[in-house]
Design a protein around this ligand. Structure first.
Ligand code: IMP
Length: 424
């Protein structure tokens, strides 16, 4: 029995979808445990390209796929994604949705936009999918959960109550409960057969010796507690999110894979100590297709930051790394790695807790020679140019973590395994 969690270990968009897809062949169940359709996982195989926002990537392997209680789920977006998959010939009859997951309704999206407007120059740059407002309702204990949503009478009653509260808080909201109800009760009917207590399903899977993959969304630096608060998302993207987000104990997680890019990116606002905005950034953005899957925004680019990834290792007890997009760095003369920050004359090795202090941090860089060769066809670590091997070794040393695999392109055969995560 293995419980493997795939953790975005920077600011999200590290290429988790590809690693999840690779691991899918070794597991029986794939689970999403936090976030919602703010995530965007791209998967490419057999010349086909898919982008998923909600449904776990394991759906392509025909496994049981679970959307667990820690998620916030937009029913309309979910049904659209099911249709998108079914139209492409991908079956979704093994999809299970937690009866405790919270439902995103149209007013959450509107509140997300209103909150951003009210923040004026301090906008977070959210995906405007209603994620934060849905989690606010969860913790304010007024959210509508899947079990209530699929009970028509209960949904009607709760919707009237909640919308009334929300309209008092946000007088700009122009929604009628009956209109939302008429549309969403139809979605609820279609979703109902998939709703169950997924914690029991997962416990049974573990007790039968099955392997379970937990697919994190976003990244460690967007964690609500240990990310660059308040420029974060409203959940726990790391291994800590698995237990609370699935209704199982933490000891079920036996492996934690930290997914990192060979450099760093960030979308949305917030501090980014190793950010660069020059011709190297433009080259990396174009070669790496660094544009958001959900919002299409150009991603901000920076050098590899070992402080960030070390923080992720600490938060998730990472057992190994998957280094993605290594090929994008080919052709650069020199590569920089941030090994620490300089703050008030001292070296610091963790992100400070205030934005003010993070913004005052000066990255301490180590420079490594780059490589000029195209590495998209290599099939082993040994085939990499010496400087690329060195770059990977240095990342592993600085983060205190072995490398499980690295990736040199979007296809399945461009994933190079250095150490098995679990044996076949
Ligand atoms: P929210 O999750 O929509 O509330 O957005 C909060 C912050 O997290 C914003 O800076 C978003 O750009 C960022 N964010 C949310 N989801 C993702 C993701 O999947 N990848 C990268 N950034 C994300």
């Amino acid at each position: 029995m293995a419980g493997i969690v795939v953790v975005g270990s920077q600011w999200g968009d590290e290429g988790k979808g590809k690693v999840t897809d690779y691991l899918s062949s070794k597991v029986d169940v794939v689970v999403r445990y936090q976030g919602g359709n703010n995530a965007g996982h791209s998967i490419e195989f057999d010349g086909r390209k898919f982008a998923l926002k909600l449904i776990p990537s394991g759906v392509f392997s025909g496994h049981q796929v679970v959307m667990a209680n820690g998620m916030v789920i937009n029913p309309k977006a979910l049904l659209e994604e099911i249709k998108y998959l079914n139209d492409a010939g991908v079956k979704t009859n093994q999809l299970f949705i937690s009866d405790r997951a919270h439902v995103i309704l149209p007013y959450h999206l509107e509140i997300d936009a209103l909150q951003e407007k009210r923040r004026q120059q301090n906008q977070i740059g959210t995906t405007k999918k209603g994620i934060g407002p849905a989690y606010v309702d969860k913790y304010a204990r007024i959210g509508i959960r899947m079990a209530e949503f699929v009970d028509e009478e209960l949904f009607h009653k709760r919707l009237i109550e909640v919308l009334d509260l929300k309209k008092r808080e946000y007088p700009e909201l122009d929604f009628e409960a009956e209109t939302i109800f008429a549309e969403y009760k139809e979605y609820a009917k279609r979703i109902k057969p998939m709703v169950c207590d997924t914690a029991i399903l997962l416990d049974e899977a573990f007790r039968c010796g099955k392997n379970v993959l937990f697919e994190g969304a976003q990244g460690a630096m967007l964690d609500i507690d240990y990310g660059t608060y308040p420029f974060v998302t409203s959940s726990h993207p790391g291994a800590t999110g698995v237990s609370e987000g699935c209704g199982i104990g933490p000891l079920n997680v036996t492996h934690a894979v930290g997914i990192i890019k060979a450099y760093t990116t960030r979308v949305g606002a917030g501090p980014f100590p190793t950010e660069i905005d020059d011709e190297i950034a433009t080259k990396i953005r174009e070669v790496g297709h660094e544009y958001g899957t959900v919002t299409k925004r150009p991603r901000r680019i920076g050098w590899f930051d070992a402080v960030v990834v070390n923080q992720s290792r600490r938060m998730s007890s990472l057992t190994g790394l998957a280094v993605m997009l290594l090929d994008v760095l080919s052709g650069l003369d020199t590569l920089k790695i941030c090994v620490a920050y300089q703050l008030d004359g001292k070296r610091v090795y963790g992100l400070p807790a205030t934005i003010k202090d993070i913004e005052r941090c000066e990255p301490v860089y180590e420079e490594l020679p780059g490589w000029q060769e195209d590495i998209t066809h290599v099939s082993s670590f040994e085939e990499l140019p010496f400087n690329a091997q060195n770059y990977l070794k240095r990342i592993s040393e600085l983060v205190n973590c072995p490398i499980y695999l690295f990736s040199v392109g979007p296809s399945r055969d461009q994933t190079i395994i250095m150490k098995d995560i679990i044996k076949d």
